[in-house]
Design a protein around this ligand. Sequence first.
Ligand SMILES: *Cc1c(COP(=O)(O)O)cnc(C)c1O
Length: 346
Amino acid sequence: MKSLKELTRPNIWNLAPYSCARNEFSGTTASVFLDANENPFGEGLNRYPDPLQVELKEKIKQVKGIPAEYTFVGNGSDEAIDLMYRCFCEPRVDNVVAIEPTYGMYKVCADVNDVVYRPVLLDDHYQMSADRVLAACDDHTKLIWICSPNNPTGNDIDREEVLKVIDGFQGIVIVDEAYSDFSRQRPLRFELPRHPNLVVLNTLSKAWASAAIRLGMAFAAPDIINILNKVKYPYNINLLSQQQAVKVLSDPFEVDRWIQIILQERTRTIEAFAQLDICQQVFPSDANFFLARVNDAQGIYDYLVKKGIIVRNRTRVQLCHNCLRITIGTRNENNDLIGALRTYGK
Ligand SMILES: *Cc1c(COP(=O)(O)O)cnc(C)c1O
C-alpha cells in the first residue's frame, strides 16, 4: 500500500476541520450548556447530537465486533461512498476501478466528483477475476469498488479473489457488504487488522430493517476513519436516527429471526419462480433478492406494475439483458408475485 499521505488529496490531508461546540467540550460532568447557541426550551430535541456518535459506536462494537476507532457512521452507506471520492480522488486526475455490473452509486458519485470510473466486466457466472481488476489499475487509481454479495447479481464474490485484489493493490479497496447478513461467507470486516488498505461498508437499511433512518457504516483502519470524520458534516447523524439505531442494534436476535424467515422464503420463491413458463434462469443468490432472466423483462415488468407489484427491471444493465431483480418479501407478497406471474400471457 502507498502511504496514506500519498493516497489522500493534498487539500484534505492539510485540512483543519471545523471544530463544533460539541467537539470542543466532550466531557460528561457539565450541566449548564451555553456554548452552542441552542434554545434551552423544547421537547428533548433542542440540543445538537453527538458528532462522533460515541454511544452508537459502542453498540456497533457489541454487535459487529469492531472497535469505535475503526468505525465511521454515515447518513446511509451513500455518505461513506461519496466521502471516499471527496477524500481520496483528485477530480480529473485520479480514477477508480469497479466490478461491472454492480451498485449504481459508485458510478454516480464518481461522476459527481468528476473522477474517471473504470468498470471491469464480471464473467458469465458474475464472478470477478482479481487479475483483470488489478490490470485495469494504473498509478492514478486510488480506489477499487467490490460489492459482495453483489447487487444486482445477488451472488457472493469469491473471497480468495477479493483478498487477492486487496493484497495486490497499492490504493484502497472498498468491499460493500450491505447484504452480508444473508450470506454464509465470513464477513471481511474481520480481516481489517491484517489489511490497512481495506474499507468495509455495512448498513442498517437491509437486514436491520431500518432504511428510513439512513444509517451506514464504514469500517477501516483508524487513520482512514480519521480522514472521513474530518471531512463529514459535523452533525451528520441526527439524534432520532442515533437513538433508533441503538434500539435496533439492541435486539440482534429479532434480526436473526427475520433473516431466517427471509432465507426460507428465498428458497421457496426461487423454486416456484424457476418453474414459471416465463423463467429462463434464476441466478444463485446470497442476498435478500434474486436476479432472474425471463423471456421479456419489459413486458413482465409492465404487467406486474399494472397488478400493483413492483420489481426492478435490470435489462439495460450489462450482462443482465432481460433480467429482473426481485426482493424477497413476506410469504404473502411472494405468493402474490408468483400467482400474478402464473397468469402472465394467459
Ligand atoms: C442498498 C445498498 C446499500 C445501502 O445504502 P444505504 O445508503 O446505507 O441505504 C449499500 N450498498 C449496496 C450495494 C446496496 O445495495
